[in-house]
Design a protein around this ligand. Structure first.
Ligand SMILES: *[C@@H]1O[C@H](CO)[C@@H](O)[C@H](O)[C@H]1NC(C)=O
Ligand SMILES: *[C@@H]1O[C@H](CO)[C@@H](O)[C@H](O)[C@H]1NC(C)=O
Length: 443
């Protein structure tokens, strides 16, 4: 219904102006169904046009405005304005009557449609033309003949507004959930990455992705471990490896010398020795292996750490050589009367610092005369008393090392066997000339 301007006192200028603007802004609001024959105040029924027609009160009401006020007709009413007032709109107060409120060209289309140039009805896109009343939080969807206000994905309607859904409350994520406006995102703990479904977390194989292990890398669930090769130890940083100095751990690793190397150690032996079972040193028998440089006329004698070439013919006058090791003083030679009848050369080798007393050499009489008694003694080469003889029985004795000796050192001991037969006043002497090489080491 149009406000009834005529009901208002004409002097209330401001109200009137306000009503004026309202009325002129929406003339269609006053449209009445065609079948009505009664009109609201300010209109009268026009049988010709079958519409309600505005009444020009300025003409029909005598002295509609009093004094200095001028009368201005208006749809459904009239206004009184000062004569000096500027007329800001075409108020049709004195012009031709305005079109009656019902549209001159009524929309022939159903609601939500409008005619196009081809005289057919097309949908009105209320969303595009801002003809909708969707809230800013809502999405406007145009429909044939109408439109719809909906909440975007990830929002739901609470009251008139669309509110973000906190998807994280529904435990969509295996590890961590970050709610976002309209959506959410899953995150994984360190060492994991999102699986193909973007929700579960799968272990990251850090070893394949350049984990900073210096030597060996082992992937494990959610993390990785660095390890080192044998002979290395893991640094405190957990990544790098440093060589283990095995030699510093134990002095028993090597019999002679331990040499640390990256990741391992090796044992070394002094010259004349070879490595045995990675840590022991074994004397090289140069005489056996043929590595010696003795001449044809010499005999090779091996000892700990080396060898010696001795003349095969070692007999000196008046002795004559009777076999490789044996020199004989012929009884026929007067010079031999006070000499041992024979000298037998023998060689042996011992290591340094043997625990003492140590039996080192056993002397055995080769020929036994019935009724004879054999006595053994050290005749020469034992000035410091490093050895003594322990007689075992008539025919054998033991050379005993009495003091620890340190090589390299060499003894030439004359071990004498005196054979006596008291019944026959017989006395004979023979000598075993024993060369004892003491090696420089305890092995
Ligand atoms: C996972 O997220 C990526 C990137 O955001 C996307 O391209 C992919 O389609 C998503 N996969 C699934 C199963 O949702
Ligand atoms: C050892 O000497 C004793 C005399 O002291 C003698 O009776 C014995 O027969 C000798 N034994 C040998 C095996 O020569």
């Amino acid at each position: 219904m149009l406000p009834c301007a005529s009901c208002l006192p004409g002097s209330l200028l401001l109200w009137a102006l306000l009503l004026l603007l309202l009325g002129s802004a929406s003339p269609q609001d006053s449209e009445e169904p065609d079948s009505y024959t009664e009109c609201t105040d300010g209109y009268e029924w026009d049988p010709d046009s079958q519409h309600c027609r505005d009444v020009n009160e300025c003409l029909t009401i005598p002295e509609a405005c009093k004094g200095e006020m001028k009368c201005i007709n208006h749809y459904g009413g009239y206004l009184c304005l000062p004569r000096s007032a500027a007329v800001i709109n075409d108020l049709h107060g004195e012009g031709p009557p305005p079109p009656v409120p019902p549209a001159q060209h009524p929309n022939p289309c159903p609601p939500g449609y409008e005619p196009d140039n081809q005289e057919s009805c097309v949908d009105v896109d209320e969303c595009a033309q801002a003809l909708h009343d969707c809230r800013p939080s809502q999405d406007c969807h145009n429909l044939p003949g109408s439109y719809q206000c909906t909440c975007p994905d990830g929002y739901r309607k609470i009251g008139p507004e669309c509110v973000d859904i906190d998807e994280c409350r529904y435990r969509y994520c295996q590890h961590r959930c970050v709610n976002l406006p309209g959506s959410f995102r899953c995150q994984c703990e360190p060492g994991f990455q999102l699986g193909p479904n973007n929700r579960s977390c799968v272990d990251v194989n850090e070893c394949d992705m350049g984990a900073p292990c210096e030597q060996r890398c082992f992937n494990s669930y959610g993390t990785f471990l660095c390890r080192c090769h044998q002979g290395y130890e893991l640094h405190r940083d957990g990544f790098s490896c440093s060589d283990i100095d095995e030699c510093s751990y134990s002095s028993y690793l090597c019999q002679y010398r331990c040499v640390n190397e990256p990741g391992r150690f090796s044992c070394h032996c002094p010259q004349g020795y070879q490595l045995l079972a990675t840590r022991l040193c074994q004397d090289i028998d140069e005489c056996e292996s043929g590595a010696h440089q003795c001449s044809e006329a010499q005999t090779c004698v091996n000892f700990h750490g080396g060898y010696r070439c001795v003349d095969t013919n070692r007999c000196v006058e008046p002795y004559i050589q009777v076999s490789e090791n044996r020199c004989l003083c012929p009884a026929s030679n007067p010079l031999c009367r006070e000499q041992p009848s024979s000298i037998v050369h023998r060689y042996m080798t011992i290591t340094s610092e043997r625990s003492v007393p140590a039996d080192v050499f056993q002397i055995q009489a080769t020929s036994v005369y019935p009724g004879a008694y054999n006595a053994f003694q050290i005749r020469a080469g034992n000035s410091q008393g490093d050895f003594y003889i322990r007689q075992i029985n008539n025919v054998s004795a033991m050379l005993v090392l009495a003091r620890p000796v340190t090589g390299p050192r060499e003894y030439v001991l004359d071990l004498e066997m005196v054979t006596m037969n008291s019944l026959m006043s017989y006395r004979a002497s023979s000598v075993l000339r024993l060369t004892v090489f003491v090696g420089a080491y305890t092995f």
